[in-house]
Design a protein around this ligand. Structure first.
Ligand code: 6PG
Length: 504
């Protein structure tokens, strides 16, 4: 049996993410008690990692696992989001988890579940939610961490979170990616910051993923447009993305795209793997949750939702194949300047990306008011600079924007981003027009442009819409010559009668 009360932290759930997070903690000198429901997994993990700086303690049952950890215990759960979280929490409570112990859910849980769980387990433990982004490598060498929950519990977790998080250079904001097993990064600024009460950490992780969806969709559209219009190989496209990664678009997702595109297919070495991958996307739901939340709060994150729908449309593979034999589109051959098109797609991607982030931050602004959080947007952008899937050079600029003005209404109004779109929108518009002309689906580019044009329009056609609502359903309308809140109704069948005015 493990020495009692000796481990700094306990970690339950030894799938790859759990193993890597445990090793990351151990590399930073924390002694970690680990448990997996299949004991063989625990044993193999301990056997494979005998000499970590902090030390790993493998436990075969939950009482030993809890007994091994110093009190008040810090127990980190890496289990599948959903019912498994409650199941494991209840097992731990039964095994002796105590009221002062902190139980941290590091999965992609729904933030509403985290709020519910914090309340439900409040007399048995301090339930805490932390977003973790960065996939397997992030977990091992430095993820971006979005902790949310009880402030006192956070004080106890903070040293571990700060140590294991990704680090960025204090001056440039660039990720420091030099960690190797047993040799973690020292110095730099940690990509971890307390987000707020109850479900705030998981909420911000959900927004991260919503942005991840649109970031990926935009890259997909750039790839698809260039491939279709220029008729070039994946390898050539890899070079283009590689070049883009040296400029404003410098980001993890662009970098891996360049890598992916040049990968040959193991089965057909003369071909590229990407060309053999089925174009039917899957999803676990975080983009959908972001979009549902945006609809609930009435915030136009149309590009994020468009990215979710694009995955849904892609998944209708057999239906699309059938439709492709029946439905016609334009016959188009691009004969313009090829380099100009590459530049234009770059700018379309860049401008659309700015809009996508503007939408994500706009949603968080609405959420903090609705759910009573106090979100620090500069801090959120700063912890996304390293470790996470959406890490990008660009996030330093967002950090700067919210540092200049913490109450910025919309990222598009920040002087830097305003100028970026001003300078690059001509080519963005040309790409959207070209996609429509050529019949190439580019929903994210198009919806981002529609968002931009809609947001900058003082006048939209909703006047007519309001009139229609009043006409068929007496739903009333406000007038431009009356104060807001004065609702009017016209009896459209007898328009000579005076309007009814109701002040709310
Ligand atoms: C991260 C990722 C991670 C996961 C996605 C995948 O931040 O590390 O977002 O959480 O890879 O949730 O989501 P989909 O399966 O929905 O694409």
């Amino acid at each position: 049996m493990a020495e009692e009360n000796s481990a700094d932290v306990g970690l339950i759930g030894l799938a790859v993410m759990g193993q890597n997070l445990a090793l990351n903690m151990a590399d930073h000198g924390f002694k970690v008690s680990v448990y997996n429901r299949t004991s063989k997994v625990t044993k193999d993990f301990i056997d494979a990692n005998p000499n970590t700086p902090g030390g790993l303690v493998g436990c075969e049952n939950l009482s030993d696992f809890l007994a091994a950890v110093k009190t008040p215990r810090k127990i980190v759960m890496l289990v599948k989001a959903g019912p498994a979280v409650d199941m494991v929490a209840k097992q731990l409570i039964e095994a002796g988890l105590e009221k002062e112990d902190i139980l941290v859910d590091c999965g992609n849980s729904q933030w509403t579940d985290t709020i519910r769980r914090e309340k439900e387990y409040s007399d048995r433990c301090r339930f805490f939610g932390s977003g973790v982004s960065g996939g397997e490598i992030g977990a091992r060498f430095g993820p971006s961490l979005m902790p949310g929950g009880n402030g006192e519990a956070w004080k106890l977790l903070e040293p571990i979170w700060t140590a294991i998080a990704a680090k960025v250079d204090a001056e440039t904001g660039k990720p420091i990616e030099t960690a190797t097993p047993g040799h973690p990064v020292t110095g730099g600024v940690a990509c971890s910051a307390y987000i707020g009460e109850n479900g705030a950490g998981h909420y911000v992780k959900m927004i991260h993923n919503g942005i991840e969806y649109i970031d990926m969709q935009l890259i997909g559209e750039a790839y698809f447009l260039l491939r279709n219009l220029l008729q070039v190989t994946a390898e050539k496209l890899s070079q283009i993305f590689g070049r883009w990664n040296e400029g404003d678009l410098d980001s993890y997702l662009i970098e891996i795209t360049a890598d992916i595109l040049k990968q040959r297919d193991p089965e057909h070495p003369e071909a590229f793997l990407v060309d053999y991958i089925l174009d039917s996307a899957e999803q676990k739901g975080t983009g959908k949750w972001t979009s549902i939340n945006a609809l609930d709060l009435g915030i136009p994150t149309n590009s994020i939702a468009e990215a979710v729908f694009a995955r849904c449309l892609s998944a209708l593979k057999s239906e699309r194949e059938a439709a492709s034999r029946h439905l016609t589109g334009p016959v188009y051959r691009y004969d313009g300047d090829r380099n100009e098109l590459i530049k234009a797609v770059h700018d379309a991607l860049y401008c659309s990306k700015i809009c996508a982030y503007a939408q994500g931050f706009q949603l968080m602004r609405a959420a903090e008011a609705e759910y009573g959080w106090k979100l620090d947007f500069a801090s959120i952008a700063s912890i996304w600079r390293g470790g996470c899937i959406i890490r990008a050079r660009f996030l330093q600029k967002i950090t700067d924007a919210y540092t200049r003005d913490s109450r910025l209404v919309n990222l598009l109004l920040d002087p830097y981003f305003k100028e970026q779109i001003q300078n690059n929108q001509t080519r963005w518009r040309s790409v959207v027009a070209l996609a429509a002309q050529a019949g190439v689906a580019a929903p994210a580019f198009m919806s981002a442009l529609a968002y931009y044009d809609g947001y900058r329009s003082a006048q939209l056609p909703a006047n007519l819409l309001q009139a229609q609502r009043d006409y068929f359903g007496a739903h009333t309308y406000e007038r431009i010559d009356q104060p807001r809140g004065v609702h009017c109704h016209l009896d459209w069948s007898k328009p000579d009668r005076p309007q009814i005015k109701i002040a709310h």
